[in-house]
Write a protein that binds this ligand. Structure first.
Ligand code: ADP
Ligand code: ZN
Ligand code: ZN
Length: 735
C-alpha cells in the first residue's frame, strides 16, 4: 500500500502536558501550520508541532483534522522558545504555544481585513494651531494635540485616545486639517527631527555594544532618567538595520508604550516599517502587526511582554527598556518573565540584547557587576542628564515621628503644597500602595515585629490577632504592648488614595485635584487625558500611586510629596525596598524636569534609613550593593532561586493536605533544595477560596529545575490535587 498514514502531532490549549495525534490526507503539511481539530465534542485550534507516519493510537480510533490553514504561524526559532518556556516554567507545551497565538487566529474563521490608514495634520492645521479649534471640543483637541506630538498616528493610537475618534477625524477632514495615507509595505515618509550628537558616555556605550552586533552579548545600560538611553537604543537600531532584512524588537512596560514614545521612534525610523504590539490594539490590528513581523516585513517591533514570542525571521537585536519593571512578569497562565525569556532568545539566536534602566533589578545588577567569573552581562553607564539645563530634584525627608501629623500630612508638606498653589505650580502626592501588607508599628519607638528565621517583617492578621511571617510560616500572638518599650499604642500602618483625596480637599478646598489610581491609568485614554490636563495646567494637585510613565514631563510640576513609605520599608516582601527605591527615583524624576526647580518631600518615621540616604544623593549603586549583602545573608534572589507553589480550594484542609504532601515529596526528591512549610498568604481567602502556598529555595538553579522535572508531573497526577486549584510559579516576583 502506498497509502501511508500522515499523522500530525498537534499542540492544543488544554492543561495536559502532551500533544495529540490526528490523521490528515494532506501530504505537504508543515510544522507550525495551524489546524482545526475535533476534541471531545468541541472543535479546537491547534498548532502542528510534529509530523509522523506512526501513532501509538490505534488507526481506527484516530480522528482526522477538520481544517488545515495554509499559514505557517511559527518557525523553528519560535519552537525553541516555546520548548524552553514550557520546560523552564513547567507549563504544558500546548498551552505555552497557544498563549502566544494572536487571539484573532484562535477564532475559528478568519477573513481578510480592511485597509489601514495613518493620519497626520496638514500644513494648514499646523499653522493655525490648536487655539483655532472650537471651544469645548475636548476630544478634537486631544486628537490634534496628539497629532502635533506624534506627527503620524495609526487607528489604534487614535482609538486609545477616545472611542469617538472617528467622528473627530471626520470633522478634521472636513476642515481640511488632516491627511491620511494607507499603510502599505513600502510606505515611506520623511520628516526631519533634530538628531543630537552623542555625548562621550553615550558614544562609548554605542561603540562597545556595536562591537558585539553579530553575536550574543547581554548588556546592562544603566543611566538615570533623561541620561539619553533611548537615544543610544535608536543609534543601535539604526546600526542593526543597516544590514539587509534585519529586524529589531523593543520591549517596553505597558504603561510606557505611549503615542509619544511611538512617535519618537517613528520620527527617527521613517524609512522603516515599525509596528506595535500591545493590549490596546484590536485583535485585527494585533494580527496584522504580528503577521508583518512574522513575514519579516516589519523591521521594528515595539511591544509589551507578550511580543517576546513574536516570530521574527531576521531578528538582529533585542532592547528592553525599564528592565526592572515588574510588568515584564506575567502573573497568570504561563508565568514567564519577558526579560529572562528575551535573554534566552538572544542566546539562542546569537544576537545582542540591551537592557536599559535607571534602577536595575538586583538580579541584573548582580549579573552585570558582581559575578565572580567572567561577567555575565556587559555593563555601561550614563551618569548625567543629556539635556544640559535640567537638574535633579532636591530630596528631603520629613521626620513624622517628630512632627504633628494631621490625617497623614505633616505641616511642612501642607505648607509646601500651599506654596506651589500660590505660585501656580503643580504638586504630586504619591502613595506607595504596592505590596501593601500591614505591619505592626509602635508609635513611640518604631518597633516592628520581625521574623527570627527570615529577613522579613511579620504581617498583621487582624482577625486572628496574630503576626505571621509570609516567608517561612512562623506565627505568633499579636503583642498587646511593644516588646521593646512597653508602649500600648501599636497600630498597623496603611493609607488609601481616597482618604488622601478627602484630606487634601479639606486642606485646599479651592485647589483642582485629580486622583489617579492603578486601574484608572490602565487605559491610554485616561493617561492621555491626564497628560493633557497637566500640560494645560488644569490640575493643581495630582494624587496617585502609579503614574510614572516615562517620557512624560510635567513642566509645571515642582513638588512631589511622598506619604506613607514606611509600610514598604517593613513589608514582608523581600523585594519591597528594591521596588520602593526605584519607584521613588522615578517619581522624583517627575519634579523639575524643565526649568522649575523640583523638590521631593518624603514623610517617614525613619529619615536615617539607608534608602533615603541613597535617594538624597541619587545613589542607586551603593544602595543596591547594600541590598545585595542583605540578600546574600538571607539567601534570597539573586543568591538563591525560588519557586512558589500556590493552591486554593473551598476547604482549607484540601489545600493543606495537597501542599503537605507536595512538601514531603519535594523533600524526598532533593537534598539540595530547601522546602518550606505551607503558609497562608496575606490574602488568606480570595473570592471564597481558601489559599495557601509553599516556597522552594535553592542556591543552584540546576538542582531546583531537576527537582521540578519530577515534582510537577507528580503534582499533576496527585489525586489530592483534584479539589485544589494550584499553580507553580518559577522565579516568582510576588508572594
Ligand atoms: P532616557 O531614555 O535615558 O530617559 P532620552 O534618550 O529620552 O533619555 O533623552 C532625554 C532627552 O535628552 C531627550 O529629549 C533627548 O532627545 C535628549 N538627548 C539625548 N541624548 C542627547 C545628546 N547627546 N545631546 C542632547 N540631547 C540629548
Ligand atoms: Zn515601642
Ligand atoms: Zn520567617
Amino acid at each position: 500500500m502506498t497509502d501511508a498514514l500522515h499523522i500530525l502531532k498537534v499542540a492544543l490549549d488544554v492543561p495536559l502536558d502532551r500533544v495529540f495525534d490526528y490523521r490528515t490526507d494532506k501530504p505537504n503539511t508543515q510544522i507550525g501550520q495551524y489546524v482545526v481539530v475535533p476534541f471531545g465534542a468541541r472543535k479546537m485550534i491547534g498548532v502542528v508541532v510534529g509530523i509522523s507516519d506512526t501513532s501509538s493510537i490505534e488507526s481506527k480510533k484516530l480522528k482526522s483534522i477538520i481544517r488545515l490553514d495554509p499559514e505557517v504561524i511559527f518557525d523553528e526559532q519560535s519552537f525553541k522558545l516555546f520548548q524552553f518556556c514550557s520546560q523552564y516554567y513547567h507549563y504544558p507545551l500546548g498551552q505555552t504555544i497557544l498563549s502566544a497565538v494572536p487571539s484573532r487566529l484562535k477564532k475559528i474563521n478568519t477573513k481578510a481585513m480592511a485597509k489601514k490608514y495613518l493620519y497626520r495634520l496638514t500644513p494648514k492645521a499646523i499653522e493655525l494651531g490648536i487655539d483655532q479649534l472650537p471651544p469645548r471640543q475636548t476630544t478634537l483637541k486631544r486628537v490634534v494635540m496628539a497629532l502635533i506630538d506624534a506627527t503620524l498616528l495609526d487607528e489604534a493610537s487614535l482609538r486609545s485616545m477616545s472611542s469617538a475618534w472617528k467622528k473627530s477625524i471626520e470633522t478634521l477632514d472636513e476642515m481640511g486639517w488632516i491627511e491620511k495615507e494607507e499603510i502599505t509595505l513600502d510606505d515611506k515618509v520623511y520628516i526631519q527631527a533634530p538628531i543630537p550628537s552623542l555625548n562621550d558616555e553615550q558614544k562609548k556605550a554605542f561603540d562597545e555594544i556595536s562591537k558585539t552586533n553579530k553575536t550574543f552579548a547581554a548588556w546592562l545600560l544603566y543611566g538615570i532618567t533623561g541620561s539619553g538611553k533611548t537615544e543610544v537604543y535608536i543609534r543601535l537600531i539604526e546600526e542593526a538595520l543597516k544590514k539587509e532584512h534585519a529586524q529589531v524588537l523593543v520591549l517596553v512596560p505597558e504603561i510606557n508604550l505611549t503615542p509619544q514614545l511611538e512617535s519618537r521612534f517613528r520620527a527617527r525610523f521613517e524609512k522603516y516599517m515599525l509596528v506595535t504590539l500591545h493590549s490596546h490594539l484590536t485583535d485585527n490590528e494585533r494580527l496584522t502587526h504580528w503577521r508583518l513581523a512574522k513575514e519579516g516585513q516589519a523591521q521594528i517591533v515595539i511591544g509589551t511582554r507578550l511580543s517576546i514570542f513574536t516570530p521574527m525571521p531576521h531578528l538582529s537585536l533585542i532592547i528592553i527598556d525599564e528592565e526592572h519593571d515588574a510588568s515584564f512578569k506575567q502573573q497568570e497562565g504561563l508565568r514567564y518573565h519577558a526579560r529572562d525569556v528575551a535573554i534566552f532568545r538572544a542566546k539562542s539566536e546569537n544576537i545582542p540584547i540591551v537592557m536599559g534602566t535607571a534602577t536595575p533589578s538586583l538580579e541584573t545588577w548582580f549579573n552585570a557587576t558582581k559575578t565572580k567569573d567572567a561577567k555575565k552581562f556587559g555593563f555601561l553607564k550614563l551618569t548625567s542628564r543629556a539635556v544640559l539645563d535640567s537638574t535633579l530634584p532636591e530630596i528631603k525627608c520629613i521626620d513624622i515621628s517628630k512632627s504633628t501629623v494631621t490625617k497623614g500630612f505633616s505641616p511642612y508638606l501642607v505648607e509646601a503644597i500651599r506654596d506651589r498653589l500660590n505660585k501656580k505650580e503643580q504638586s504630586l502626592i504619591f502613595i506607595n500602595r504596592r505590596g501593601f501588607a500591614p505591619v505592626l508599628l509602635c508609635s513611640s519607638c518604631q518597633w516592628t515585629g520581625r521574623c527570627h528565621r527570615c529577613s522579613s517583617r511579620l504581617v498583621v492578621h487582624l482577625n486572628q490577632k496574630r503576626l505571621r511571617c509570609h516567608h517561612c510560616g512562623h506565627d505568633e500572638k499579636m503583642p498587646l504592648q511593644c516588646p521593646s518599650c512597653g508602649n500600648t499604642d501599636l497600630y498597623p500602618t496603611g493609607l488609601g488614595t481616597q482618604r488622601v483625596e478627602e484630606t487634601i480637599k479639606e486642606f485646599f478646598p479651592e485647589a483642582r485635584i485629580l486622583r489617579v489610581d492603578r486601574d484608572s491609568t490602565k487605559t491610554k485614554e485616561a493617561l492621555n487625558d491626564l497628560f493633557l490636563k497637566m500640560k494645560n495646567r488644569e490640575i493643581d494637585i495630582l494624587i496617585g500611586t502609579q503614574m510614572l510613565s516615562k517620557g512624560h514631563d510635567f513642566p509645571y510640576l515642582s513638588l512631589v510629596g511622598v506619604l506613607d513609605t514606611d509600610q514598604a520599608l517593613y513589608s514582608p516582601d523581600f523585594r519591597a525596598s528594591e521596588r520602593l527605591f526605584s519607584q521613588l527615583m522615578q517619581v522624583s524624576g517627575r519634579a523639575g524636569r524643565a526649568k522649575t526647580k523640583g523638590e521631593v518631600y518624603i514623610q517617614t518615621a525613619f529619615p536615617n534609613h539607608p534608602i533615603f540616604e541613597a535617594l538624597k544623593t541619587h545613589d542607586y549603586e551603593n544602595f543596591a550593593n547594600e541590598l545585595l549583602k542583605e540578600r546574600e545573608l538571607a539567601e534570597l534572589s539573586p543568591f538563591a532561586f525560588l519557586v512558589l507553589l500556590k493552591g486554593e480550594a473551598h476547604q482549607l484542609t484540601h489545600v493543606m493536605q495537597f501542599l503537605n504532601d507536595a512538601m514531603i515529596n519535594a523533600q524526598n526528591l532533593s537534598t539540595h533544595v530547601t522546602v518550606y512549610n505551607p503558609v497562608r498568604p496575606m490574602m488568606e481567602r480570595l473570592k471564597g477560596m481558601e489559599r495557601a502556598q509553599l516556597v522552594l529555595q535553592a542556591s543552584s538553579r540546576v538542582a531546583l529545575q531537576k527537582l521540578l522535572d519530577e515534582w510537577v508531573p507528580y503534582l499533576r497526577e496527585n489525586k489530592l490535587g483534584q479539589k485544589v486549584k494550584w499553580v507553580v510559579d518559577v522565579d516568582p516576583l510576588e508572594f
